[in-house]
Design a protein around this ligand. Structure first.
Ligand SMILES: NC(=O)C1=CN([C@@H]2O[C@H](COP(=O)(O)OP(=O)(O)OC[C@H]3O[C@@H](n4cnc5c(N)ncnc54)[C@H](OP(=O)(O)O)[C@@H]3O)[C@@H](O)[C@H]2O)C=CC1
Ligand SMILES: CC(=O)[C@@H](O)[C@H](O)COP(=O)(O)O
Ligand SMILES: [Mn+2]
Length: 381
C-alpha cells in the first residue's frame, strides 16, 4: 500500500487522481489533500477518502473545516502546503496545484526524499535549477505526470542517455490552431477555454491556446531530462494521441500513445516501475483515430514557444520572469482585464526589462517571482 498526498486535490488532475485511488484502493491510500478556496468540495473528498492531514488556502475554508472535522490535522495558507510537503507518512506526493505556488512544498518533499509525481510544471520552470541541485543531495525522485513528459520518460527507457538524438514534444496546437493574428486580436475568453482534446483547469487551457503551455513544457523537459535546448523539438499533432517521442541516434523513434486521459500518466507515476490494470481507463480505438497528422508550429502567430526557448536558453532568473509574467497575464485575461494578444506583450515586456541574475537560493527565486507579479499588478489592477 502506497500513501499518497495530493497538493491541489480539488482540481482537474487532483480529481482524476482520486478516481484512480478509489478504483485501486488496495494499492493506494490517501494521507493528505489540499485546496485553495473550494473547501466544500474538499470536505466531500475528506468524508470519502479520510485523509489524516488537510491544507486549505482561505480563512473561511479553514474555519469551516475546523468546525466540520475534529479528527484530522488542518493546515492553513502557503505554510500549510509546505507542512503537507514535509509529511513523513507520505510515500508519493502528487503536485497538482496550478502555478509556482507549488514550489516550496515540492522542495520540502524533496528534502524528505519522497517520490514527487509532478504535474505542476510551473514549479519545474521557475525552480528547475534549484530543484536539480537538491536532487544531487537528497534521494528523492521526480516522476513526470505532464502527459508529454510521462511519454518522454517512458520512451527514454528504450535507450541510453548518450543514444538520445532529440526529444520531440507533441502539441495539439490549441483551440486557435490555423488562425491568423487578425483573428486572435478579438478572441473571447470562452473560446480560449475550449481545448480540442483535453478537459483541464482554466489556466493550462489558456496556456494551450497561446502555446505557452508547450513553451513551459520545453523548459520542463530541459530541466527534467537534462537535455540541451537544441535537442528539444516541437511538432503539432492535432489529435493528441501520440503524447511525445524520443529520437535516438540510429534515427529510430520511440513514442508513447494512448487516449487523451490524464489518468494514464497519473497512475503510471504512482505505479512505476510497474504498470497496473485499471478498468476506468479507456483503450485506444485505432479505427477511431485512423488519421494521425503532424504540422509545423506557426511561430509567427503563436509566440509562446519561441518566448520559452528565449527564456530557457538565458536561464538563471529569466525562466522565473517568463513563468510569473505568464501567470499574471493569464489571470488578467481570465478576469477580462486584457485581450488575448496582450498575454505575449506582457511576457515580452517583462523579459526585455529584466536584468538576469544568478539563482543562489530559494529566496532569490521567490523574490524575483514576487517582484514581477507586484509590478504587473501595479500596472494593470
Ligand atoms: N489538467 C490537466 O490535464 C493537466 C494539468 N497539468 C498541470 O497540473 C497542474 C494542475 O492543473 P489543473 O489540475 O488543470 O488545475 P486546476 O485549476 O484544475 O486545479 C488547481 C488545484 O490547485 C489548487 N490551487 C490553485 N491555486 C492555489 C493556491 N494559490 N494555493 C493552494 N492551492 C491552489 C486548486 O484549489 P481550488 O480548487 O480550491 O481552487 C485546485 O485544487 C498545473 O500545473 C497544470 O499545468 C499538466 C498536464 C495536464
Ligand atoms: C494533457 C497535458 O499534458 C496538457 O499539457 C496538454 O498537453 C495541453 O495540450 P496542448 O498540447 O494543446 O498544449
Ligand atoms: Mn502537457
Amino acid at each position: 500500500m502506497k500513501n499518497i498526498s495530493i497538493l491541489g486535490s480539488t482540481g482537474s488532475i487532483g480529481t482524476n487522481a482520486l478516481e484512480i485511488i478509489r478504483e485501486l484502493k488496495n494499492e493506494f491510500n490517501v494521507i493528505a489533500l489540499t485546496a485553495n478556496s473550494n473547501y466544500k468540495f474538499l470536505a466531500k473528498q475528506i468524508k470519502e477518502f479520510k485523509p489524516k492531514y488537510v491544507a486549505i488556502g482561505t480563512e473561511e475554508g479553514y474555519k469551516f473545516l475546523k468546525n466540520e472535522f475534529n479528527n484530522i490535522e488542518i493546515f492553513y495558507g502557503k505554510e500549510g502546503l509546505k507542512e503537507i510537503g514535509k509529511l513523513n507518512e507520505t510515500d508519493i506526493i502528487l503536485t497538482a496545484v496550478s502555478g509556482a505556488i507549488g514550489l516550496e512544498a515540492t522542495i520540502e518533499a524533496i528534502k524528505k526524499e519522497k517520490r514527487i509525481a509532478l504535474a505542476n510544471k510551473e514549479t519545474m520552470v521557475a525552480g528547475g535549477d534549484y530543484i536539480n541541485s537538491l536532487l544531487k543531495k537528497y534521494k528523492a525522485e521526480i516522476i513526470p505526470v505532464d502527459s508529454e513528459h510521462s511519454a518522454l520518460f517512458q520512451s527514454l527507457l528504450a535507450g541510453k542517455d548518450k543514444e538520445v538524438k532529440n526529444l520531440v514534444l507533441t502539441g495539439s496546437g490549441g483551440t486557435f490552431r490555423g488562425k491568423t493574428i487578425e483573428f486572435l486580436k478579438n478572441v473571447e475568453l470562452e473560446d480560449a477555454l475550449k481545448h480540442p482534446n483535453w478537459s483541464m483547469g482554466k489556466k493550462i487551457t489558456i496556456d494551450s491556446s497561446t502555446l505557452i503551455n508547450k513553451g513551459l513544457e520545453v523548459i520542463e523537459a530541459h530541466q527534467l531530462f537534462n537535455i540541451d535546448y537544441d535537442k528539444i523539438k516541437v511538432v503539432i499533432h492535432p489529435q493528441s494521441i501520440i503524447h511525445s517521442m524520443v529520437e535516438f541516434v540510429d534515427n529510430s523513434i520511440v513514442a508513447q500513445m494512448g487516449v487523451p486521459d490524464m489518468k494514464i500518466p497519473i497512475q503510471y507515476a504512482f505505479s512505476y516501475p510497474e504498470r497496473l490494470e485499471n478498468k476506468i481507463i479507456d483503450r485506444l480505438d485505432f479505427m477511431k483515430y485512423s488519421n494521425l497528422t503532424f504540422e509545423e508550429v506557426d511561430n509567427k502567430v503563436f509566440r509562446g514557444i519561441e518566448l520559452a526557448f528565449f527564456a530557457g536558453k538565458i536561464g538563471k532568473s529569466m525562466p522565473i520572469v517568463f513563468n510569473a509574467a505568464n501567470e499574471m497575464a493569464v489571470e488578467l485575461f481570465l478576469n477580462n482585464k486584457i485581450k488575448f494578444l496582450d498575454i505575449y506583450k506582457i511576457i515580452e515586456n517583462e523579459m526585455n526589462n529584466h536584468k538576469t541574475i544568478n539563482i543562489d537560493n530559494l529566496n532569490v527565486i521567490l523574490e524575483v517571482d514576487r517582484e514581477i507579479r507586484d509590478k504587473i499588478r501595479r500596472e494593470y489592477l
